[in-house]
Design a protein around this ligand. Structure first.
Ligand SMILES: C[S@@+](CC[C@H](N)C(=O)[O-])C[C@H]1O[C@@H](n2cnc3c(N)ncnc32)[C@H](O)[C@@H]1O
Length: 267
């Protein structure tokens, strides 16, 4: 007996576009597949989507104006592991996904980046998606010696004193030799006496840069440990239909300044 083919023929381009657009709003796609989407609908939790403005690198001089894999995986890792605390800062927030995830989890968040990225995408994304969450956006250049602080509790208030953080996060900030020392100096200053948990996510594009970062981090007094993200996120990501190639280069590390370590690292 002949069977009727119930499956449609290969999709027309317009149907494929509609299906892909629908899927974007249901399941996370790997960031490298959505770089050209100017307004990305991203399912940050099974019950909540956020809308992220992205600008193609050609429209902007910075790397931070589209979403990166590291942010995606760190945002989901935070939901799985729920570290404890109240105040969190994100360095190099880019499109802001991790800060938004922290806000949803109830943290008071400082979302920070260079001014250009803030003006291009970060501020609009936080405003669009923060709802009741306490998230402030402020410039924080790792190469600068001083920063002016705004506060989630009172955004009119300004201060030079570094707030005390319970958590520091940075997604895809370890990618250039030139930024290793500025980033480590920033992490050390922000760690203060409290020595909060630092979570770093990155893509291992250039092992020379990554290995150099962790070697230098020891000189600054940090202890680091690689997280087994395959164990924590593997099943969830398989449900999204991602292949191992989609995310094998991403790593998440915990870092913490050894209490009482006053070493400055390299000048
Ligand atoms: C590869 S992007 C990652 C963006 C975002 N965290 C993500 O994962 O989607 C690197 C980010 O670091 C920021 N960055 C680079 N140099 C910086 C500096 N000196 N001070 C502060 N942020 C910096 C860039 O502006 C950019 O947002």
């Amino acid at each position: 007996m002949a069977c009727r083919n119930i499956y449609p023929n290969p999709m027309s381009p317009s149907l494929e576009r509609r299906v892909r657009h629908h899927l974007w709003s249901m399941l996370p796609l790997p960031a490298h597949q959505t770089k050209d989407v100017p307004l990305l609908t991203y399912p940050i939790t099974p019950f909540r989507t956020v809308q992220l403005v992205q600008k193609a690198p050609l429209d902007s001089v910075s790397t931070g104006t589209t979403l990166y894999l590291s942010s995606q995986l760190l945002a989901h890792y935070l939901q799985e592991t729920t570290p404890k605390g109240v105040t969190a800062i994100e360095l190099g927030s880019g499109t802001g996904l991790v800060s938004i995830a922290l806000g949803i989890l109830g943290w008071e968040v400082w979302a920070t980046d260079l001014e250009l990225v803030i003006d291009d995408v970060l501020r609009v994304n936080i405003e669009r998606n923060r709802e009741e969450a306490k998230i402030v956006v402020q410039e924080l250049d790792w190469c600068s010696d001083t920063w002016e602080w705004v506060y989630p509790q009172n955004e009119e208030w300004r201060s030079d004193g570094i707030p005390e953080f319970d958590l520091i996060v940075c997604a895809d900030g370890v990618y250039s030799m030139d930024l290793i020392l500025p980033l480590l100096r920033t992490l050390k200053k922000l760690s203060g006496a409290r020595s909060p948990l630092v979570l770093l996510a990155f893509e291992r594009r250039d092992s020379g840069v990554i290995d150099c970062f962790f070697k230098e981090s020891k000189a600054f007094g940090f202890v680091s440990k690689k997280v087994n993200i395959r164990r924590i996120l593997g099943r969830q990501i398989a449900r999204w239909g991602w292949t191992s190639d989609d995310w094998h280069s991403v790593e998440i590390w915990t870092m913490r300044l050894k209490v009482g370590d006053t070493r400055e690292g390299y000048a």
